[in-house]
Design a protein around this ligand. Structure first.
Ligand code: GUN
Length: 619
């Protein structure tokens, strides 16, 4: 056995959602992904078909195997992989769910885990205590603590094997946080969120939003997070948006046995279906009429195939959405497909302030503005911070404002001659005109033309004015990226601003013949050079804007090589993913300026991968 860590390696991200991978003794698992549930007594779909759809990992139940003499003997003799006939990753569950359904199981925690190790499970699960949503706070708290105690009972085993430590806590947010923290601090290498099946079955997605979010935010981000039983394609995207990496599900079989077909947005009874969807793998072999006339056993198997494919289809869409940074808008539009999803989406909006720090400075894709809800999304909340205080501005005039094309006439004739500051009306938010180019002020798509025509506001107090539009723009954007007040220090009055001849936009900023920064065309943000980094370093105190690396790492980073997570000693907790940061050595000497790949909160949790890519380094 070589297991004991399933460290997540992150490849793409959008807020809390991530595409990553982890490795077991039986290969890589690319996330987000699903482990189809295999009941060793009831094989519904051939393993080869599962693999063809993209199955890299499955989950089975060690309790069922142990109770059946033949299965047990074979598993002990030849191992689980031979028993199941699958050479990928196999996770085993412990019998907790059976204990919840039947009111108890005959095995103890430790021997349950030992049995899973003996049959060579890749990820074994303790006999955790399943809390139901109707449990009292007291009962749920006892379950959380007993589950933690049970992990402690086998902590010696967890030193050399991958053990999953379920997060319990019923619907209580404080208990979910407590459980996630307790489990993250153990040697558990995998963190499933448990006790949620009744909520999933009842479409109580709003409760699930709270549970997943509390669990995730209190958990160690380097460990995969799994949602036990959460394999319905309707809800998977939302769960991924909240940070879930893995699912398991028997739903593909359960729905098939109920003569139901899964779709990415719901289910339909076979009897009500007239056409198979084009994407269904069954199309090649059957007409819907033929499926309806199959005898039961074969029909179930065929429908299970369709259902599992629907799950993988949705996962592929979710991954693609993360890659193109459009998962949020996918979930926003998908939430209209069911009232429970819609109320869950609105519940997510109530958490926007807490999840905003995990969202990237900019995204590849423009922000789709659907309405007032978009203003309550993490990016809306971020922009709202820019609004002037109430009452400090008034309407100046109504004139055309098109994103990032603030008319040069306005700049010359109104702005630069005036003593006042101005805001544009961005779908109801008052954004200082100097922020016109930053993501997503400019990079927005909406269906309502009327509102992109802005109203200009003025206010009589506030920012010190030099009445140089470009300089004020630079300083405002720098304040946004690097902390209030720092813009002025990085870009003093005598800095030289070069603008593009074609667009009139700022391109580079220099001083005494050295370039301090550039302003990026695609997101309107500032990229610092090493010189610019030195200026920021001079004025920002403590750990602000910094990632401090070990001395050993500093020698590599000073040559332009990326900073790896394991060499980060300290960092600013407020770092926004994809923002520029200062890379410093343990004496706080500036080594390099680079781009943070994750938020400050995540920086020291990950163990595998790149924390900062270097853009400029000490010469
Ligand atoms: N399967 C579904 N829910 C749970 C849970 O809470 N714990 C375990 N071990 N398995 C589950």
């Amino acid at each position: 056995m070589t297991g004991q860590s399933l460290t997540m390696q992150i490849l793409h991200r959008e807020g809390l959602a991530r595409i990553g991978r982890f490795k077991t003794d039986h290969g890589y698992v690319d996330t987000p992904n699903i482990m189809p549930v295999i009941n060793p007594n009831l094989r519904t779909i051939p393993i080869d078909t599962m693999k063809k759809f993209g199955t890299q990992a499955i989950i089975t139940n060690s309790y069922i195997i142990r109770r059946n003499q033949d299965l047990k003997d074979e598993a002990l003799k030849n191992g689980l992989h031979s028993l199941i006939g699958f050479d990928g990753t196999i996770m085993t569950d412990s019998g907790t769910f059976q204990s919840y359904v039947y009111g108890g199981v005959e095995y103890e925690n430790r021997d349950t885990v030992e049995f899973q190790i003996d049959i060579k499970s890749d990820i074994s699960t303790i006999l955790d205590i399943f809390s139901t949503p109707s449990d009292s706070h007291e009962k749920a708290r006892l379950a959380v603590d007993e589950t933690h105690k049970r992990f402690e009972e086998i902590k010696d085993i967890a030193k050399s094997h991958n053990i999953s430590g379920p997060i319990q806590g019923s619907i209580y947010r404080d208990l979910r946080r407590r459980s996630a923290k307790l489990m993250s601090d153990t040697d558990a290498s995998y963190l499933p969120i448990g006790g949620v099946v009744p909520l999933l079955e009842q479409y109580k997605y709003s409760n699930l939003v709270d549970i997943i979010l509390e669990s995730k935010l209190a958990s160690d981000f380097s460990k995969p997070v799994h949602l036990f039983g959460g394999g319905h394609p309707m809800f998977m995207g939302m769960a991924v948006l909240l940070g879930v990496d893995m699912f398991d599900s028997a739903s593909y079989v359960k729905y098939a046995r109920d003569d139901r077909l899964l779709y990415t947005e719901g289910t339909r009874y076979l009897a009500d279906v007239t056409e198979l969807p084009y994407w269904s793998p069954l199309n090649e072999r059957f007409t819907i009429k033929e499926i309806k006339s199959l005898e039961e056993k074969e029909r179930y198997s065929i429908l299970a195939e369709h259902n599992l494919f629907a799950i993988f289809q949705e996962l592929s869409e979710i991954r693609e959405r993360i890659r193109e940074n459009t998962l949020w808008q996918y979930i926003e539009s998908k939430s209209r497909s069911h009232p429970s999803l819609y109320s869950a989406f609105k519940r997510i909006l109530t958490h926007s302030k807490r999840i905003e720090p995990y969202f990237e400075l900019y995204r590849k894709s423009p922000l789709f503005h659907f309405g007032t809800e978009t203003n309550r999304s993490p990016y809306g909340i971020r922009l709202k911070k820019l609004e002037p205080e109430k009452g400090t501005y008034s309407t100046l005039s109504s004139r055309e404002w098109k994103p990032a094309r603030l008319s040069q006439d306005f700049v010359r004739n109104v702005y630069e001659k005036s003593e006042e500051n101005f805001c544009i009306n961005w779908y109801g938010l008052k954004i200082p005109v100097e922020m016109e180019e930053i993501y997503p002020v400019e990079q927005v798509i909406s269906g309502y033309e009327k509102e992109t025509k802005g109203t200009l506001f003025r206010r009589d107090n506030g920012y010190e004015k030099v009445r140089n539009f470009n300089l004020e723009k630079l300083r405002r954007v720098a304040d946004f990226q690097f902390g209030k007040g720092n813009g002025k220090s990085i870009f003093p009055d005598d800095c030289k601003i070069t603008v593009s001849k074609a667009t009139g936009r700022i391109r580079t900023i220099s001083r005494n013949d050295s370039i301090l920064a550039t302003m990026r065309a695609h997101d309107g943000f500032i990229g610092l050079t090493f010189e610019g980094g030195l200026k920021l370093h001079e004025v920002s105190k403590g750990m602000n804007n910094r990632v401090m690396v070990t001395r050993e790492s500093a020698t590599y980073n000073s040559q332009g090589k990326s900073v790896f997570f394991k060499f980060v000693e300290q960092n600013d907790m407020g770092i926004i993913p994809l923002n520029d940061v200062l890379v410093v050595d343990p004496d706080d000497s500036l080594i390099a300026v680079g781009r943070a790949m994750v938020s400050g909160r995540e920086m020291r949790m990950y163990k595998d991968g790149v924390a900062v890519t270097i853009n400029h380094h000490i010469q």
